[in-house]
Design a protein around this ligand. Structure first.
Ligand code: NDP
Ligand code: MG
Length: 390
């Protein structure tokens, strides 16, 4: 039996992970499930999977969680520290699927126990890629990608020599506003930005797909995870979301990973790696699909891609600034304080301010320093947003 934990169990990735685990309960001993606001879901899954502990990130919801788990053997806990403590209860396989920078600390603690961390939380690599990889190495832990593009690249690289890799192409559907007239983007509403043409995901990543901040983060994630240079990474708009990534080799070959837009493939691959096992995903009928299309991304429509390239060039803790500014700008858009296109402007302004202030982005990459610069960037972003509203 494998001991597994799921961080962010109540979210979109968490629920897809549970779907796979619940199909073969005899194979897994569930250690910890974590969530935040969705206590009913957390308690129900913890009961069904006979988890040892269920944890909500919100201290004030501990009473509700205890009530929901009354009469079961599942321990209830709450708070950020409890989540990190759960990460220290060594599991063989842990899913990192908390949304945002809050996923970094539990992921790092998990890596310190050895074992395998299946990483959906791309923010960890954007904020602290070097620290994540070094920690994995120091503790002989394994970091497996779950983001569909990165899982696809990982699979295309099996048995290959990195020295023969010329380029990595990650695809993007183009999100909700791919075909909108540019002049309408500023007026895009929250509802419009929250619906994705192909993927069913959490609200935040769905909006990030419309703004292309998701792909911008994935550019940085690709560089950190695979150690390729920024100029070797390309983004390709591919509206059908069937090819998730391609790897280009020195002999001109392109290895493409093709599959339906269903995260259970990438999650299942990370769960069963290095084996391939049967997964409940649709088998593509390419004759029926008939055509796949591609186009180059437009920098005017999606300034986030340019910002990510600036961040990679700046290096140091610029990724943490980028992520924190993006999270705050996204909160601003969700809260109705700024418009859709303001998000990229806010992030750009914060990057300029924080990266030009000495001592921030050139500090050593430790969890503390990442947290500090994250805090500074959030404060700056809040100020920039307030100024705009005023
Ligand atoms: P969701 O919003 O659906 O779920 C987020 C999870 O994190 C929930 O369990 C939520 O709890 C929990 N959570 C929210 N805030 C906090 C916090 N401050 N501390 C601890 N836990 C918290 O997100 P997704 O599942 O869509 O995404 C999760 C991660 O995976 C993200 O990093 C995303 O970029 C990445 N990813 C997602 C993909 C997808 O298909 N969804 C694809 C590729 C990557 P609750 O719901 O109980 O409040
Ligand atoms: Mg992705």
């Amino acid at each position: 039996m494998r001991r597994v934990s799921i961080f962010g169990a109540t979210g979109s990735i968490g629920q897809n992970t549970i779907d796979l685990i619940a199909r073969a309960p005899q194979d897994y001993e569930v250690i910890a499930l974590t969530g935040a606001s969705n206590i009913a879901q957390l308690a129900m899954d913890a009961k069904n999977l006979r988890a040892r502990v269920a944890i909500t990130a919100h201290d004030h919801l501990l009473g509700d969680l205890r009530d929901a788990l009354a009469g079961t053997d599942v321990e209830a806990a709450a708070g950020v520290t409890a989540i990190t403590e759960a990460a220290a209860r060594s599991a063989d396989w842990t899913m990192s699927a908390i949304v945002g920078a809050a996923g970094l600390a539990p992921g790092l603690t998990t890596l310190q126990q050895g074992g395998t961390l299946a990483l959906a939380n791309k923010e960890s690599l954007v904020c602290a890629g070097k620290l994540m990889l070094e920690t994995a190495k120091a503790h002989e832990a394994r970091l497996l990608p779950v983001d569909s593009e990165h899982s696809a690249v990982f699979q295309a690289l099996v048995g290959e020599d990195m020295a023969a890799v010329e380029r990595v192409i990650i695809t993007a559907s183009g999100g909700a506003f791919r075909d909108w007239p540019l002049e309408d983007l500023g007026k895009a509403t929250l509802d419009e930005a929250s619906s994705h043409p192909n993927w069913d995901m959490g609200q935040r990543i769905t909006i990030d797909s419309a703004s292309m901040f998701n792909k911008a983060m994935e550019l940085i994630e690709t560089r950190e995870y695979f150690g390729v240079r920024p100029d070797q990474i390309e983004v390709l708009i591919h509206p059908e979301s069937m090819i998730h990534a391609m790897v280009g080799f020195a002999d001109g070959a392109l290895m493409a990973h093709v599959g339906p837009p269903d995260m259970r493939h990438a999650i299942g691959y990370a769960l069963h790696w290095p084996e391939r096992r049967k997964l409940p995903v649709e088998r593509l009928d390419l004759a029926k699909i008939a055509q796949l299309s591609f186009r180059a991304p437009c920098d005017t429509r999606w300034p986030a891609l340019r910002l990510a390239r600036d961040v990679m060039e700046t290096g140091g803790l610029a990724g943490a600034v980028f992520n924190a500014a993006k999270e705050t700008a996204l909160d601003g858009f969700i809260g109705g304080r700024i418009g859709f296109t303001d998000m990229a402007e806010v992030v750009e302004e914060v990057l300029t301010i924080v990266t030009s202030t000495p001592g921030h982005i050139d500090a050593t990459m430790t969890l503390d320093n990442v947290a500090k610069v994250d805090h500074v960037a959030r404060q700056e972003a809040a100020r920039v947003i307030l100024n705009r509203a005023g």
